[in-house]
Design a protein around this ligand. Structure first.
Ligand SMILES: [Zn+2]
Length: 109
């Protein structure tokens, strides 16, 4: 079966092919985690841009706010190559305030 899903901010519309309810759950969970960020975690602006930077052969996936230039970095799972938003502070605790959004800090992370 197919699932039609539209993101919270109405900007992306996808058709996801699923084999079962479990499969749909997995695919939606992955899609939502990566693409369903509705606004900047710092200034709440909804103009977000998907950015891929390549530095020394490594790709860095980020969402960037067009207003305050805050960004949300994505990590890559070691197996499967799927992405996840980095929402933790440097010390490993969950960033409950900004949900991982931060201003450029110059160290490439
Ligand atoms: Zn912003």
């Amino acid at each position: 079966m197919k699932i039609n899903y539209r993101t919270i901010n109405q900007r992306l519309n996808v058709e996801i092919d699923v084999e079962s309810a479990k499969d749909g759950f997995k695919k939606l969970s992955e899609f939502q985690e990566v693409f369903d960020e509705s606004c900047c975690g710092l200034c709440k602006n909804q103009e977000l841009q998907f950015v891929v930077r390549t530095v020394e052969g490594n790709d860095y996936y980020e969402l960037k706010c067009k207003k305050c230039f805050g960004k949300l970095a994505y990590g890559q799972h070691k197996s499967g190559g799927s992405l996840f938003p980095k929402r933790k502070n440097q010390d490993g605790t969950f960033d409950s305030e900004n949900k991982g959004w931060h201003k450029w800090n110059g160290n490439g992370s």
